[in-house]
Design a protein around this ligand. Structure first.
Ligand code: ADP
Ligand code: ZN
Ligand code: ZN
Length: 762
């Protein structure tokens, strides 16, 4: 007898284990790993996914049979193992992990019907057909009646070749009666042919952004490619970190590595941050690999995504370019995964399963003997540390731009000194002058307003002092209520001082400014310096102006089209922009992020400056960069301005080692949230005690920090608390926490989530 392991599509950890069902002989052909099936379960019917198949020697077991096969396979054996890996590593319900592999638009579901029973529903997204009208055997013999004008028109059209029903309707009005009459007499036939929805990119965009293969590689590119090809040749699941400055030509290296992989008969996945998945990016891959490239991103319609997914499943795609979910498309035989802009936090999924793309891709490549390439101008500390300490990781750097243009000089401007000299403007004298000069010369400028640090910490405008926790060396968060400062790691609380403890200045104030306010001040500045009649366009890009579909692309195009202009925006402008005529980059406030009570804040600040500086002077014109800060002595800012990663990394790694942060520990963040503050707090404290006692029984290697309110203490009316757990990196933190987390009593008014390897603790 043949049996199948089936995981029910019911996302609760309680039903996580696969159930064994009989594969009835009449379904033996159809039941395959990865199929959705209908099975009986506890007196009802349920949908499940086949995770494994076995020939049972014992036939005495009374197994219930699979009733129906509901889909073609969504994933193969490798996908099934990956889902199990995800469920274990991130302590997530197995069915939620399997869902990553299912097609866009959903899977068959069992829903309650009107009579209290269960009814199967199929997803509404799927293949779309066009009806085509084609010639039948009688087409040239049939004598059409004189007054049947529509029939005559249809026959005339079909004689010219196959034609879509929709086109006939457009031309002649309703023709279905006429076509049906003709079909009955074998004059024409109606055929259903699948229509493929594209990836949202127009043929014009493809031509416009076509990417030429450069005649030769630069020395840096050749070296990087050698390192990757060596790994590809070893085929042992190794990781290559490519540290290439902005404009060093990493894309061409990826393209060549993919060519090499395809030549060995394997396939490749390229992950790109959602925001960088522009028509330009896609065109670069299409120019080289044509229609074997499938694309997946969230700006495509569900139908478009379904078709791309299905192309992959049918084996027609050899390269998939997409956001993090592209890792789970049904691409067979993957030998290479490239993660571009590897340091980006969007590679972490923020809902269950809360996976880290880098770690999942590394696991996949170990399984298949493939290669993982991590590319960035600012590799994450995890990647850099991995490259230094792990035998199967290698590192290659690309320190110069492909077109030979130098990296722009970065000047740090001490805003505390500006303030001391009497200026109350957001724009320093030097930035203001540079802006005027560049615009007068007919060039463009990019201004970044760092918005990640919201106005929740105190900053001395005279000396730049920010109150920090005595235990954790992260900045304290200001709470209006009670006028106090709180540490969100350890709970340390003090009254907010009225004057600066360092210099006694009374200007110890909340810090922060919105893009709209900066825009208004910028407008006034431009009008004063260059005259109102100059009408310098200011393109503002932030969460508000980019909310509409296509707005992001439109704003960038309007900036590109203007002869001279200023682009003012938040973090979203820091990467990927490639405009030859941008000669000036200004960072209005480099340090807000630095004061986020988050251990990654200095790293993010360093990355941001390096990335945004890379937007200047990419073409023939030299660029310059001004970084305004109240923390002119900060190592992250100084080192970024000097392009000196080592100067930043050495003390930063030392700090993380001493304070116990990744990569020296693995962390888990247990989040509790709900509408009732008291209940959330009680639940968080109860969980803390449980975690502490449970881990204490496992030895002294674990550290559980007491429950505290999150830095972002309220989101949409929900109060948030958290507990941080740390352990040595070689320990299995998921296994250690699993029992407590899965076994906890469910509290109806408090939600709890376990985040393994969190990207931040906010
Ligand atoms: P990165 O992704 O590393 O920031 P890109 O891949 O965008 O850099 O390349 C930067 C620019 O250099 C692009 O305009 C690209 O066309 C050009 N380029 C890449 N490789 C070469 C080469 N071998 N010779 C000349 N130009 C190149
Ligand atoms: Zn001060
Ligand atoms: Zn603290």
């Amino acid at each position: 007898m043949r049996s199948a392991q089936v995981v029910l599509d019911i996302p609760t950890q309680a039903l996580d284990a696969p159930y064994t069902y009989e594969v009835p002989p009449q379904l033996a052909e159809q039941v395959r790993i990865g199929c959705a099936v209908q099975v009986p379960f506890g007196g009802r019917k349920a949908v499940g996914f086949v995770m494994g198949l076995e020939d049972e020697a014992r036939s005495d077991r009374a197994l219930k049979p699979i009733e129906q096969v509901l889909s073609k396979p969504y994933f193969n054996e490798m996908g099934a193992r990956c889902a199990v890996f995800l469920a274990e590593r991130y302590v997530a319900p197995l069915s939620a992990c399997i869902r990553l592999f299912t097609p866009p638009g959903g899977v068959p579901r069992m829903v309650r019907d009107r009579f209290g029973g269960w009814k199967l529903t199929q997803p509404t997204i799927g293949e779309v057909d066009d009806r085509w009208v084609v010639a039948g055997p009688e087409l040239n013999r049939y004598q059409v009646r004189k007054n049947a004008a529509k029939q005559r028109a249809v026959m005339e059209a079909v004689r010219q070749g196959d034609v879509r029903m929709a086109e006939l309707t457009l031309e002649y009005g309703a023709v279905s009666g006429a076509v049906a009459a003709l079909a009955k007499k074998d004059v024409v036939r109606v055929e259903h042919r699948r229509r493929m929805r594209g990836d949202g990119s127009t043929p014009a965009a493809r031509v416009q952004h076509a990417y030429q293969r450069p005649a030769s590689l630069t020395a840096c590119q050749a070296e990087a490619l050698d390192a990757i090809e060596a790994a590809q040749y070893r085929a042992d699941g190794s990781v290559v970190v490519v540290d290439g400055v902005t404009g060093s030509g990493k894309t061409e290296v990826y393209l060549r590595a993919i060519e090499a992989e395809l030549a060995r008969g394997r396939t490749a996945i390229v992950l790109v941050p959602e925001i960088s998945l522009t028509p330009q990016t896609v065109a670069r891959f299409r120019s080289r690999f044509g229609d074997t490239v499938a694309v997946m991103h969230s700006r495509m319609s569900m139908g478009e995504r379904y078709d791309q997914w299905d192309l992959i499943r049918e084996g027609q795609a050899r390269v998939v370019v997409g956001a993090r979910s592209a890792l789970f498309t049904p691409l067979e035989n993957v030998g290479l995964v490239v993660i571009d802009e590897e340091h980006e936090t969007t590679y972490k999924q923020e809902s269950a399963p809360r996976y880290v793309s880098r770690d999942v891709a590394a696991w996949m490549m170990r399984q298949t003997g493939g290669t993982l390439v991590l590319g960035s101008a600012t590799p994450s500390i995890e990647a850099l540390y991995g490259a230094r300490t792990r035998p199967d990781w290698s590192f290659v750097s690309m320190p110069t731009r492909a077109n030979g243009s130098p990296l722009p000089k970065v000047d740090v401007i001490d805003m505390a000194a500006e303030f001391a000299s009497g200026s109350r403007s957001m724009f320093s004298g030097r930035l203001r002058r540079a802006l005027t000069e560049e615009l007068e010369a007919g060039h463009k400028a990019v201004l970044l307003l760092n918005q990640r640090g919201f106005a929740s910490f105190l900053l001395c405008r005279d000396c730049g002092f920010v109150p920090e926790c005595v235990n954790c060396s992260t900045s304290l968060t200001f709470h209006e209520r009670g006028n106090k400062l709180v540490c969100h790691h350890c709970g340390y609380t003090v009254a907010a001082p009225a004057t600066c403890p360092e210099c006694d200045s009374p200007y110890l104030k909340r810090f922060g400014a919105g893009t709209q306010r900066v825009e208004a001040e910028l407008r006034a500045l431009l009008d004063a310096e260059l005259g109102v009649e100059a009408e310098i366009p200011v393109v503002r890009m932030d969460a508000d102006t980019t909310a509409a579909k296509g707005a992001h692309q439109r704003l960038l195009e309007s900036f590109a089209a203007a002869p001279r202009a200023v682009l003012l925006g938040t973090q979203m402008i820091a990467k990927g922009l490639d405009f030859d005529d941008v000669t000036l980059v200004g960072v209005i406030n480099a340090d807000t992020q630095l004061h986020l009570p988050d251990y990654r804040a200095p790293e993010r600040t360093f990355d941001l400056i390096e990335q945004v500086a890379g937007r200047a002077g990419r073409g023939a014109l030299p660029g310059r960069v001004f970084v305004q800060t109240y923390e002119a002595d900060s190592i992250a800012i100084r080192a970024a301005a000097a392009y000196d990663r080592e100067a930043f990394l050495r003390p930063e790694l030392e700090k993380r080692r001493i304070l116990g942060y990744p990569p020296f520990v693995r962390m888990a963040n247990i989040l509790a949230w709900g509408k009732d503050e008291g209940a959330v707090r009680a639940e968080a404290e109860r969980l803390y005690k449980q975690m502490r006692d449970h881990l204490a029984s496992q030895g002294p290697t674990w550290k559980v920090l007491a429950a505290t309110p999150c830095v972002i203490a309220r989101v949409r009316g929900n109060f948030r608390w958290h507990i941080v757990v740390k352990g040595e990196p070689h320990l299995d933190i998921a296994a250690a926490l699993r029992d407590v987390f899965v076994g906890r009593k469910v509290n109806a008014s408090v939600n709890v989530a376990l985040d393994i390897d969190p990207v931040d603790l906010l």
